[in-house]
Design a binder for this molecule. Structure first.
Ligand SMILES: [Zn+2]
Length: 293
């Protein structure tokens, strides 16, 4: 059994690092979900695995529940391509990760952000029904909730706390992107590599990161030989190990000391923005809203 979702006050523990580099989700076609089914356990355990949804009180979770479709999606699954109309919001659960990638004119794709169980993708800023700018791709396969954007928008109109949660989360997404730009401009490849791996470990809860060295080089925007040297040094220090298709973080705390502080800065913003989701005035408004239904 996976741990139950935590409240907003612990969102920062998930890590909030983002990275810019060439992404690995270059698969151009949409693959079918490995299984697509209604998760019958959802109702009994709450919104298992999504920190963002877990931040809502039970009454607000119950409003979303009928609209949530539990799916399992494979790594590489394309959620939407640039230009496609965004019609669904996806909530990664447990160890699932989603990446935003921007295809470039030379055929490369640049990863601009990573979203795990602390967040969601799909119309978070635009409120959906508009063309997507970036490619959205499953970076680490796993369980998700999918919900029609229209249903979410309808609930947001009625429930201040739900509207506030997503507005605040949109602000946090912007903070991630701002910090990524600054990180890319200022911090070393080594720091960014450590940051990226720490963020992946934090989000998935696993010290084994499914990623090749070539893919990591792509995320960081450097060649494979450069990454091989960095990984080699970290292996010599007993911090990392590798196996085919994966990098294993043996000493997460040590790796964290080698990372820049960008993730910590974004996490602090998460903590400040997401705290106090239900202040008294919102609770009053929520109660009034509920009374009126
Ligand atoms: Zn940085």
């Amino acid at each position: 059994m996976k741990p139950a979702p935590r409240r907003v006050g612990t969102v920062e523990r998930r890590g909030t690092g983002t990275n810019i580099g060439r992404g690995d989700c270059t698969e151009s076609r949409k693959c079918k979900p490995t299984s697509e089914h209604k998760d019958r356990s959802v109702k009994s355990v709450g919104l298992l695995g999504s920190e963002l949804l877990g931040a809502l009180c039970e009454a607000d979770q119950a409003r979303l529940l009928p609209h949530l479709d539990a799916q399992t999606l494979r790594t590489g699954h394309i959620i939407h391509e640039p230009g496609e109309i965004v019609q669904h919001v996806y909530f990664p659960r447990n160890d699932a990760l989603i990446a935003f990638l921007v295809p470039m004119a030379d055929g490369e794709t640049i990863e601009i952000s990573m979203t795990g169980r602390e967040g969601a993708v799909g119309g978070i800023v635009s409120e959906g029904q508009l063309p997507a700018f970036a490619r959205c791709c499953v970076h680490h396969g796993g369980p998700f909730f999918r919900m029609p954007v229209a249903a979410l928008e309808e609930i947001k109109e009625k429930v201040p706390a739900v509207r506030m949660l997503f507005a605040r989360y949109a602000d946090c997404m912007a903070a991630q992107l701002f910090q990524s730009i600054a990180c890319n401009a200022r911090h070393s490849i080594e720091q960014r590599a450590a940051r990226w791996l720490c963020a992946a470990v934090n989000r998935t809860g696993s010290q084994e990161v499914t990623l090749t060295q070539a893919q990591l080089g792509g995320f960081l925007g450097v060649g494979r030989s450069y990454v091989t040297r960095i990984i080699g040094r970290l292996k010599d220090d007993g911090i990392l190990a590798t196996r085919r298709g994966a990098i294993i973080v043996l000493r997460p705390r040590k790796l964290r000391t080698l990372s820049c502080d960008c993730s910590a800065l974004v996490a602090a913003h998460f903590r400040a923005v997401m705290a106090g989701l239900y202040p008294p005035e919102v609770v009053d408004a929520l109660a009034a809203c509920q009374d009126g239904e």
